[in-house]
Design a protein around this ligand. Structure first.
Ligand SMILES: [Zn+2]
Length: 130
């Protein structure tokens, strides 16, 4: 059965919730936006358009996904995997906020990546009801 990008993202989210649970007491939601633009300006004074973004306040996390830049299923899934790793290291990252992707981030991302791409996660997720 052919699924839409949003359905595949929802299946991937379900798979992540089962296999990479957020730290206890943390709430995560995933929301789509028509377009995401960085709040900060880059060196050229421009605001870059973003594929995804991760926000957290207290124990709540929101993963934001751009519809415009995640039309393709593969793009959308990779964006979600990337942002989910931010959730897993949120407590660690707080101490090193000046670095967007500290070493701990890449360790968490690497674990997700391995399970998803090398150990059958992508296949497994097709069975998740959405
Ligand atoms: Zn990131």
């Amino acid at each position: 059965m052919r699924r839409t990008t949003a359905q595949r993202v929802a299946q991937c989210e379900g798979w992540l919730r089962q296999n990479f649970k957020p730290p206890r007491g943390y709430v995560v939601r995933v929301r789509w936006y028509p377009k995401l633009v960085d709040k900060e300006r880059n060196e050229r004074g421009e605001r870059e358009e973003l594929q995804g973004r991760h926000y957290s306040w207290e124990r709540k996390h929101e993963i934001q996904l751009s519809r415009r830049l995640n039309r393709r299923v593969d793009d959308a899934l990779e964006t979600l995997l990337h942002e989910w790793a931010h959730v897993l290291v949120a407590r660690v990252s707080r101490d090193v906020e000046d670095v967007e992707h500290p070493d701990e981030y890449w360790l968490a991302y690497g674990r997700i990546y391995r399970e998803w791409f090398d150990c059958g996660g992508w296949d497994e997720s097709h069975a998740i009801e959405v």
